[in-house]
Design a binder for this molecule. Structure first.
Ligand code: GTP
Ligand code: IMP
Ligand code: MG
Length: 419
């Protein structure tokens, strides 16, 4: 039997799952998406080239790997066609040998996008029609992609139908047969654990299960087939859209008006190191280029939150952790890590599930020493500055799960595998 590894976001999405999936695809035969749609934006950087994927799994750039868009996803057909065209223009040929689409995936229709744009702004959705499409699926009034492609309506884009039809398969059989033949599967989660429809900060969540359980229902594989669940965490936290964010630095309204092209200068760094919260957030945003892949919105930034991270470890049963964007923490004299929340003069160590409690929580921080060195060219763990190693060891010890990869830049070759 082939091995199954699930990759999930440990925070609010954008943890860098795309680049880690691309890296881990070297050892996989199949890469699959199991939930979400083109609300996701995965960036993969190879050499000087940057690829952005919304629906197609991040394994597509590797030769001889099968990529699957599973039944749990929602598909905007035109967006998928454009993504295929874009890849073909860049020399990646798409056939049913490297990309298949589940016949059971649901279709995002025009009315879903219209509804999302009208009603989603309160939540800060991506406006891609995700919630309304899942709503119709659950209500049993949706359209599956197989039916959509075979309905011969004159409103359809025929080029697009012609492109997609040959790729549509009953993927639950495809994937289980390949596993039976010893092929390894990597499942690429989208969004993050705290955006999960059941376990996230409802209603400020996405409309699918972005925790590990979604991998089984979203592909048609049984839980006994899963060998590993890897959680991807940024070395700090970001969030796009509305919703609670206990360790946020500055606030959403301040960062909304920030100019993307403005560069960070020395006086900003000095101000951040004198303890100015908003400037610390801005420093993370600028050094981490924290602007949405899908919407271009500035991402809200804050310190690493162990309370939320431990909740994600529990929900997903994580067996391993990848820590990304460690390079972004350079130049901070002191790093804060949130170890508990304060609520009504009480100390909370478990992530509160009631929105009214969460809203009133304040972070309790422990301080760790920072580092000035640039990490982006470092290839081995033992070459990292002592304080960066301390930071990794501290998080690993607090989370109780091994950190097996640390990334220090967007490139494939900026991934440090721990010895
Ligand atoms: P969602 O599915 O939308 O949640 O996305 P994702 O988890 O795949 O992450 P996304 O690509 O949206 O955001 C991560 C960004 O950080 C991308 O622009 C990556 O190229 C970049 N990135 C990934 N790892 C690193 C890293 O270690 N350091 C730096 N500086 N950038 C990184
Ligand atoms: P929706 O998924 O478009 O309905 O958006 C719901 C919430 O999830 C909003 O706060 C979005 O900003 C957030 N969200 C959805 N997809 C992503 C993602 O891939 N990365 C980060 N946030 C996301
Ligand atoms: Mg993203």
């Amino acid at each position: 039997m082939g091995k199954v590894t699930v990759i999930v976001g440990g925070q609010y999405g954008d943890e860098g799952k795309g680049s880690i999936v691309d890296f881990l695809t070297q050892k996989a035969d199949i890469v699959a998406r199991c939930q979400g749609g083109n609300n996701a934006g995965h960036t993969v950087v190879i050499g000087n080239k940057s690829y952005k994927f919304h629906l197609i799994p991040s394994g597509i750039l590797h030769k001889n790997k099968l990529n699957i868009i599973g039944n749990g996803t929602v598909i905007d057909p035109e967006v998928l066609c454009n993504e295929i065209r874009q890849l073909e223009q860049e020399g990646v040929k798409i056939t049913d040998k490297n990309l298949v689409i589940s016949s059971n995936a649901h279709v995002i229709q025009e009315k879903h996008k219209e509804e999302d744009i009208k009603t989603g702004s309160k939540i800060g959705t991506t406006g891609r029609g995700i919630g309304p499409c899942y709503k119709d699926k659950i209500n049993r009034t949706g359209i599956k992609i197989y039916d959509y492609l075979n309905q011969n309506s004159d409103k359809q884009n025929f080029d697009c139908i012609k492109k997609l039809k040959p790729l549509v398969k009953d993927t639950s059989f495809v994937v289980n047969k390949l596993l039976g033949a010893g092929k390894n599967l990597l499942i690429e989660g989208a969004q993050g654990s705290l955006l999960d429809i059941d376990h996230g900060t409802y209603p400020y969540v996405t409309s699918s299960n972005s925790t590990a359980g979604g991998a089984c229902t979203g592909l048609g594989i049984g839980p006994t087939k899963i060998n590993d669940v890897i959680g991807i965490f940024k070395a700090y936290v970001t969030r796009v859209g509305e919703g609670s964010f206990i360790t946020e630095l500055g606030n959403y309204n301040q960062c909304k008006n920030e100019n993307k092209d403005e560069v960070l200068n020395k006086s900003d760094i000095a101000k951040a190191n004198s303890g100015d919260g908003y400037t610390q957030g801005k420093m993370l945003r600028k050094q981490g280029n924290e602007y949405g892949t899908t919407t271009g919105r500035p991402r809200r930034c804050g310190w690493f939150d162990l309370v939320a991270a431990k909740y994600a470890v529990m929900l997903n049963g994580l067996s391993m952790i990848v820590l990304t964007k460690l390079d972004v923490l350079s130049n901070f004299e002191t790093l804060n890590v949130c170890v508990a929340y304060e609520y009504n003069n009480k100390k909370l160590e478990d992530f509160p599930l009631q929105a009214e409690i969460l809203e009133k929580c304040k972070p309790i921080y422990e301080k760790l020493p920072g580092w000035k060195e640039d990490l982006t060219q470092i290839k081995r763990y033992d070459k990292l500055p002592e304080n960066a190693k301390k930071y990794i060891q501290y998080l690993e010890q607090k989370l109780g799960v091994p950190i097996f990869i640390v990334s220090v830049g967007p490139g494939r070759d900026q991934t440090i595998v721990m010895e």
